[in-house]
Design a protein around this ligand. Sequence first.
Ligand code: DX5
Ligand code: ZN
Length: 226
Amino acid sequence: MRTTIVAPSILAADFSNTGAAVATVAAAGAPWIHFDVMDGRFVPNLTFGAKMIADLRPASKGFFDVHLMTVEPESLVDSFIDAGADAITFHLEACVHAHRLVERIHAAGRKAGVSIVPSTPVWAIRELLPSVDMVLVMTVNPGFGGQKLIQRATRKIAELHELREGGLGAYDIAVDGGINTETAAEVVALGADVLVMGSAFFQSADPAALVRWVSTLPRRGSSQTA
Ligand code: DX5
Ligand code: ZN
């Protein structure tokens, strides 16, 4: 049975002490860490590169989930593979040869994900669904943490769940942006498997309790196991 995974986004952590942030994630029992890579072109913000992943890799046994918000992700993927990423998600809107990029990530033995911004419909990734390990539904316009969830974007979660139930792939459905104690239950009930949480996790008084609470949220029924 699939369980709901919390992936804290390091973007909301104190960058002067990312080692401590990784330890906080582990202590809270969150199995994944979400790395928001922004290039100042695909999105109007700049964060960090592969060195951040490489430097934190020895400090964590967690699953390193890299979210590339960059133009030309093809030119960056190898550096994140070498740095120790477990999964690399790129944006459909930034990549012409998306299928080829998925194959390249798989050839390196890593998980491949595709992300769509709020204005991109699910049908745009239909041809990729049989081959990706994850679909990252942006529930905010990417580029910043702490934004309010865009309600309409949550419809895609149910759509992806139905397509998966219909046999079009075995991908995880991940949601990213504005996920907190007010919005988590709804997205899990719609079919989300992975909850990226930035501000809600790192501003929480008790991150471990938050992670435990997410695991109790009723999940949408599924005939598929993970
Ligand atoms: C936004 C990023 C998100 C963001 C989430 O472009 O992709 O991962 O850090 O932060 P919150 O949970 O605060 O919306
Ligand atoms: Zn992200």
